[in-house]
Design a binder for this molecule. Structure first.
Ligand SMILES: [Zn+2]
Length: 302
């Protein structure tokens, strides 16, 4: 039964992951992903580092994903942590319009608060204005410290700037924030962490309590301890725990598509009519292979 379910992981940092992850994700039923632009661990010191990173999210990484049968989308923005380097932040914000119209960019993100500083607030608001002007969806990263107040503040600022809550995804929720997010009409995304914070069992309990309306499950897998299979694993646990199949489809596939699909760039035909993998393809003369025989699924419907 689980085998026929398709999944979208709408928050995963594939730049930091391996080809083994891509293979395991596709085998587990993940057909599409969204990679938010984020902090890379090492703080960037020059605007060119951001430019090359954004270019990779709209160029090389979608190609790499396609070589393993996964459709790759991304969100582009200045993350909260690096908004604190104001001299650099200014230049990064100037760069954003060059990328926001690229064909796999589905939202401005992930933006919001980390330590809730003055500089973070300034660049969050600046990017919300940009989203309003371009009628774009926004993916909001909520702080891990002062979670509840930071989440409420993020939503209040979005409303203050006149954003439609149905066009804003509030990410990294937990049991303490979900009701406030749902009450205000925003999308409530949950990140499943392998050992701490929000785990699979807690997510199942959330779905049982609140249902699946406006609720989205993601892995946020990155360079830290994380699990790129968090979405299918949570779906599997939901199934075993007696959660209705439609609730699983909503929270692990359909809601992500509805929330991020508003600008029409995320189209299910991209994966439903996918003819399979062709690893003989090249991106700027490079393949993902290292002398291996390319895998080619000619005429195969996946
Ligand atoms: Zn993230």
């Amino acid at each position: 039964m689980k085998d026929s379910l398709l999944f979208i992981d709408p928050h995963i940092h594939m730049t930091s992951r391996t080809t083994d992850d891509y293979e395991a994700m596709r085998d587990a039923g993940i057909v599409a992903i969204i990679e938010p632009s984020f902090w890379l661990g090492q703080p960037r010191t020059q605007v060119g580092s951001f430019q090359d990173y954004f270019s990779s999210l709209v160029g090389w990484e979608p190609f790499r994903a396609s070589q393993f049968g996964i459709q790759h989308y991304c969100t582009i923005g200045l993350n909260s942590k690096e908004a604190n380097n104001e001299a650099l932040a200014e230049q990064v914000v100037d760069l954003l319009p060059l990328y926001l119209h690229k064909e796999n960019v589905v939202a401005i993100g992930e933006i919001g608060y980390d330590d809730q500083t003055k500089a973070e607030d300034k660049y969050f608001r600046m990017q919300l204005e940009m989203a309003k002007e371009l009628d774009m969806t926004v993916q909001v990263h909520t702080p891990h410290r002062d979670k509840k107040s930071g989440t409420i503040r993020s939503m209040e600022v979005c409303l203050e700037h006149g954003l439609d809550p149905s066009n804003v995804i509030i990410d990294h929720n937990n049991e303490e924030t979900v009701q406030d997010v749902l009450d205000r009409g925003f999308w409530a995304a949950f990140t499943i962490y392998p050992k701490t914070k929000m785990g699979n069992e807690r997510m199942v309990a959330v779905i049982k309590k609140y249902g699946s309306k406006q609720i989205i499950v993601n892995s946020s897998a990155d360079w830290g301890v994380s699990d790129p299979l968090a979405v299918p694993k949570t779906a599997s646990l939901m199934l075993k725990s007696g959660v209705d199949r439609q609730e699983i489809i909503n929270s692990c596939y359909q809601n992500a598509l509805d929330a991020f699909g508003k600008n029409g760039k995320m189209n299910p035909s991209a994966w439903l009519e996918n003819k399979g993998v062709d690893q003989s393809q090249l991106f700027l003369d490079n393949s993902v292979l290292r002398g291996q025989k390319p895998k080619i699924d000619t005429d195969k419907i996946v």
